[in-house]
Design a protein around this ligand. Sequence first.
Ligand code: XMP
Length: 598
Amino acid sequence: MDKIAVLDFGGQYAHLIANRVRRSGFFAEILLPQNLVDPAEELKGYKGIILSGGPQSVFAKESPQVDASIFELGKPILGICYGLQLIVHDLGGKVKKAGGGEYGESKLKVVGKSKLFTSVPKSSVAWMSHGDEVKKLPEGFEKTASTDNCEFAAVEDTKRSIFGVQFHPEVRHTAAGEKILANFLKICGAKKSWDLDKFLKSEITKIKKQVGKKKVFLLVSGGVDSTVAFALLEKALSKKRVFGLMIDTGLLRENEAIEVQRNLKKAGFENLKIVNEAGHFLAALRNITDPEEKRRVIGRVFLKVQRKVLKRLRFNPREWLLGQGTIYPDTIESAGTKNSDKIKTHHNRVEEIERMIEKGLIVEPLAELYKDEVREVGRKLKLPKNLIERHPFPGPGLGVRILCGESEKPKATNKIETEIYRKWKIRGKVLPLRSVGVQGDSRTFAHPVALFTASRDLEKLGSIATWIVNKFSDINRVVLSLGSSKAPRVFSAAPAKLTPSRVELAREADAIVNDILTKQKLYSKVWQFPVVLAPVFEKGGEAIILRPINSEEAMTANFARLPKTYLSAVTKKLQKLDGIEHVFIDLTNKPPATIEWE
Ligand code: XMP
């Protein structure tokens, strides 16, 4: 079988590259460069090699490398982001820190003729996420594309079939990305040999082998991933050997537990139990404000409850494995591969779970897939549409959408606010809290800027948001005030805990947002819609931040452009909630921000 090698330098999208290659019907394998003893020898059987992105600088000590002998193999090579920089660095060119970096959308302009850009428009949108950039090309290389911020956005040595791109062709937001990867695969001359049916067949064999004569105790949330995992496990092991447990954490949406039970029963899942453990979760979270600690506590309580239920039901733990609907982004963002940076610890990737994985006690049939593929598997398994097309809802639920910590504003606050006004004539306020982001494949924990303007031109405001985040390293998000268009003189923040009343407030806000979304027939127009409660205020209340996004696989996303009528209806209703002073909408893409706020 013809194979393509993807060398994983720890980029958030390394696996996505392999996924895209496979989705175009070619078999791709992910390899860790440090595990290759004789890279040239081990890679010579592949039709082509792709070098992924990564969080480090090529010139940093201990940055992941690969022996330059691979460039002499005569195989087509494509370097992406860090991969491009590695090629340039190793072959005698220069890579340097870029001015402010470039995150999110940029306009790619193709120059000259390149086989990589066959049938690619001269100008198109490409997605970037980098802090370093190429300054000088190695001998034999020429430039084939650039953007306003990045001169060498694509380069190649045509004679040696070595290509490099600074942007990410593997993410859906790069308009011509699929075409560019297809062109590379054509240059490699590989034959097609992979599809999702083959994946399903081999996964079923794998599940049977791993589970043997045991049974699976699966944590279900009613979301797409665990429902599809449930159906796939039942298909592999029969209904009798799969038991679904839904834990009501007290951090679910309004009526979620009842609706999930009803929907899953209707779809034919019989072995399903729901336990209410809200008190347990809220007690454990009572004094936690750090977002990562919050995630770890939630993950641990999940395990405790699961053990308690096993005991109560008199299930012998030696006869049962724990099943989870983990999908690939959950693992990569929890530093799932050796070179990647930890963005956040997903609830099904806490330490205890990692230890159980090592011992073979966890079954995760979807861990290789992205959300769009999970939905496709769901369709193949004939699950009803309403279960497959629900917006994703994270395991830790409202827990990651209720912000707790406060913080000082950055030292550069005045400078940032003055420069924004000078350039755009819009008042921007740096908010005294921080949220998680992902920039250049690394985690950031930085401040949002809130814009105050009467304009609702989200397209224009979105490009201002991109400018702000690229320009100021203390800022990783930009939100727009949907209520008042006049900036208050001061914004304060206070430490806030995950109290039952805040959870209730977040739940009510979430219900309002989704209710109007459904009524205005916009539910299917957004991919996911976190509603965030943040302890920032003028007079002592709180703010709600709307985070509607569109995405295909959650690795990149753009903020959704919702109509004015929707935004004003929602704002009006949210402002009536007791304790809500401000309503914002997040105008940041991923990267530089993540989907959830933490
Ligand atoms: P971020 O915020 O990293 O989110 O851009 C990417 C996707 O993952 C979901 N998410 C989670 N899902 N357990 C889950 O089951 C988690 O701990 C978790 N954290 C984030 C998030 O909702 C988005 O769809």
